[in-house]
Design a protein around this ligand. Sequence first.
Ligand SMILES: Nc1ncnc2c1ncn2[C@@H]1O[C@H](COP(=O)(O)OP(=O)(O)O)[C@@H](O)[C@H]1O
Ligand SMILES: [Mg+2]
Length: 300
Amino acid sequence: MENTAAIMPRIVTPVGPCSAAHADWASGKSAALPAKIRMTNVQKRFSVRGRPVEALGGITVDIADHEFFTIVGPSGCGKTTLLRILAGLEGMTDGSIEISRELASEASAVRPINAMVFQEQSIFPWMTVRDNVALGLKARGLSKRSRYAAVEPHICKVGLEAFADALPHQLSGGMKQRVAIARALANDPEILLMDEPFSALDEQTKLILEEELLRIWEETRKTVVYVTHSIDEAIMISDRIMVMSARPGRIKDVIDVGALFPRPRNMDAVKASPRYGELFNRIWHELREEVFASRAGIQG
Ligand SMILES: Nc1ncnc2c1ncn2[C@@H]1O[C@H](COP(=O)(O)OP(=O)(O)O)[C@@H](O)[C@H]1O
Ligand SMILES: [Mg+2]
């Protein structure tokens, strides 16, 4: 497999108002927040054994500062590729991405641009929970004492205070994902990228972690780009949902969930609302169309 692309995201100072209006959930009013991420015609082509594979067919969207932005789409439509491009792990073939950095201050100078939480466990088995969470701060040169002091509130936020000295093999799958989330939060990145973080977990653990993530996000209000295959999870947690087409991934729909379900949200109340069912069906029909389209493409 070769990679022909080299265009990387540009880090800029604030890039102006976001093209989408957002519900300011504190006031209940619609507000134009500044754009945190501006993607323009992002395209990605892989070359597999000399043959081009179009993964992304031109994505243009602004993501607002403090927005919880979720991507759903059929398997293989380029969701992970888009996150990897945002993380700077992969280049684009064409297009541009601007990520705005907070105005320069001593703190922002050392803040990482992004932190990524993956589906698979990405914590180190030989390190305690506390050391795993503090990993990014070690790389920034903080002393052990200040690292440990800084990570304590994040360990508590994900409910692992009793396990701070435990090793990963002593934890359940859900607890390991909590460690990964605490580590991402402790790094205090400009944007948080999450690729199906709960998809390997059992249903009940997933529901509990979703509820916790909703609570943590409503406290921290980081800019999050979140990939999930769960329509339910997307509706519960997002400000907006971007539905992608089958490969090459394009934008099929962008849904303003914030306008339908103001925050702070109560999961039970959202599920009981007739608007929840309507929205679920809308997204499900859009995805089903794409799954059939991609199957026809494979068979044809
Ligand atoms: N490193 C790579 N080399 C070649 N093809 C790739 C590579 N990464 C992803 N692809 C292809 O790009 C498409 C999109 O993949 P991916 O972003 O993983 O999809 P998703 O996360 O939506 O399931 C798929 O057809 C996949 O096979
Ligand atoms: Mg993926």
